[in-house]
Design a binder for this molecule. Structure first.
Ligand code: MN
Length: 484
């Protein structure tokens, strides 16, 4: 058992304190306050309404589906849903923010305190507190690398709905920070409220890092902006903590500031001194009344919430799967759905073995994913049926599976057409086994004189003589009888 994670400085061990603010793009057809489309990868400025472009006199109108998505997410994070919330203007100047402010929620977010359970590589589980979740608009995008003397602006993202999910500073190591972000992404994907595609910018993490001696209060933190992968979050925490430790140990002070993680060089560098809330001159948006929800509507959303990864995993363990298999099968919701279709009414353990074994290996080999499966779940189910009723042996099943991958045919058709049914006729097996013994008098004599290992040789030869189609259990039984 190892102790808590610390980083060893020149003057002793330091504890790392991490909190995350995650911006997750809401999965929705339209933006938070306009009807413009949100699809990724569209031509620049092709999805911009007058509201998104900040034209004077335009009025924002809230998109009910975005509100529903925020409530679903809050419920999935086991958080309080605030029936009364309010939108505020967060004022700042940025060329890609045409309104000159972001509509956000400051004092009254739609979702309050919640929690997320993470699991670490040694199996330890830990609760990470959620402080709040609020809805806000995304900004546009400035592009400085398109022209030598000009900057370009794409407003497609302007006004897209974001959920800002703020955690408590409950994480104490790079691993915990990575596990939290991965778990959060998994929950959002299960809920269908954010696609979690970090490389497309649908999820970005602002990572707050500070260090302290055990038992101390929190020291000054720095915020590392827009980190876009789980691995980079872990790296950023580590290098930023080490940077701060060096400063403290040299007798200096860490300044509260916003920093960037340079992924190529593996260092963080200063971006700007940290703003406080008062710098933004927040005030209630006069164009928008408070957002008032009905409890009955929240209850409806709760009743229609999909099963979440932790519950699904617990159900799989109750079905008799190992904790490991249950974990692997629930990482992605699509895998779980595939598994359930394949296992329905069948031996769940056998289905799990096939999926996590041969099937995952095939996905790797063919560079495919479970969303784009080379063999459908229904065919895998049929293969399990052929095994269950002894039409084929486990060994033949592997050959059938390879042919399924190559041809896309259903397993029953393959077995029928290619004559791959296993032989369960004891008479035929006895004839084949007897012929093998007769052809190998020397080996038989050795066996009789005590060389037990040769039993395997006779099994192998009999199977070979039967072109691999003998039922393995019966071949064993027959040989035991003949040799016994
Ligand atoms: Mn924000």
């Amino acid at each position: 058992m190892s102790g808590p994670y610390t980083i060893e400085g020149s003057t002793g061990p330091w504890e790392v304190v991490v909190g995350l603010e995650v911006h997750a793009q809401v999965t929705s057809q339209a933006k938070l306050f306009s009807g413009a489309a949100t699809e990724f990868g569209a031509a620049p400025n092709s999805q911009v309404s007058f509201v998104d472009a900040g034209f004077p006199g335009m009025l924002p109108v809230i998109n009910g589906e975005c509100v529903a998505q925020a409530v679903r997410t809050g419920l999935g994070l086991k958080a309080e849903i605030h029936l009364w919330s309010r939108f505020d203007r967060k004022n700042y100047f940025y060329a890609d923010l045409p309104q000159g402010y972001q509509i956000s929620q400051f004092a009254h977010p739609i979702v309050g305190k919640g929690e997320v359970e993470i699991e670490l590589s040694d199996g330890t589980r830990k609760m990470i507190g959620i402080t709040r979740l609020h809805l806000e608009q995304d900004a546009g995008k400035s592009m400085h690398d398109q022209h030598p003397a000009k900057s370009f602006i794409d407003l497609n993202r302007s006004g897209v709905a974001l959920m800002e999910i703020v955690s408590e500073p409950d994480m104490r190591s790079p691993e915990e920070a990575g596990a939290y972000l991965a778990k959060l992404r998994q929950i959002l994907r299960y809920l269908g409220t954010c696609d979690g595609n970090m490389d497309e910018g649908s999820m970005r993490a602002d990572v707050n890092v500070s260090v302290r001696r055990a038992g101390e209060d929190y020291r000054t933190r720095c915020e590392i902006k827009n980190v876009n992968s789980v691995r980079f979050v872990m790296q950023a925490v580590e290098v930023e903590a080490r940077r701060q430790i060096e400063i403290w140990e040299a007798g200096g002070t860490v300044d509260q500031e916003t920093r960037l993680f340079d992924t190529a060089r593996g260092v963080t560098r200063s971006m700007r001194s940290k703003e406080d809330a008062h710098d933004y001159r927040y005030f209630p948006d006069p164009d928008l009344p408070p957002l008032v929800l009905e409890q009955s509507w929240v209850d409806q959303l709760k009743a229609s919430l999909p099963e979440l990864p932790d519950e699904r995993r617990a159900r799989y363990v109750a079905m008799g799967l190992s904790t490991y298999d249950a974990h692997v099968l629930t990482i992605e919701r699509e895998t779980a759905i595939f598994f359930e279709e394949m296992a329905r009414g069948r031996d769940a353990k056998l289905a799990a073995n096939w999926l996590t074994g041969d099937y995952f290996a095939a996905l790797n080999r063919l560079k495919r994913t479970i969303q784009d499966p080379p063999v459908p779940a229904a065919h895998m189910g049929q293969l399990l049926d052929l095994l269950a009723d002894n039409t084929i042996s486990g060994k033949i099943a592997k050959d059938v599976f390879e042919i399924m991958l190559e041809t896309g045919q259903a397993p029953a058709a393959i077995v029928e057409e290619r004559g791959m049914k296993q032989v369960t006729d004891t008479g035929a097996i006895e004839a084949a086994a007897a012929a093998v013994l007769a052809a190998n008098p020397d080996k038989l004599a050795e066996f009789r004189s005590g060389k037990d290992k040769l039993f395997g040789f006779f099994v192998g030869q009999t199977m070979k003589a039967m072109a691999g189609k003998g039922n393995p259990a019966l071949v064993n039984d027959v040989l035991k009888k003949l040799l016994g």
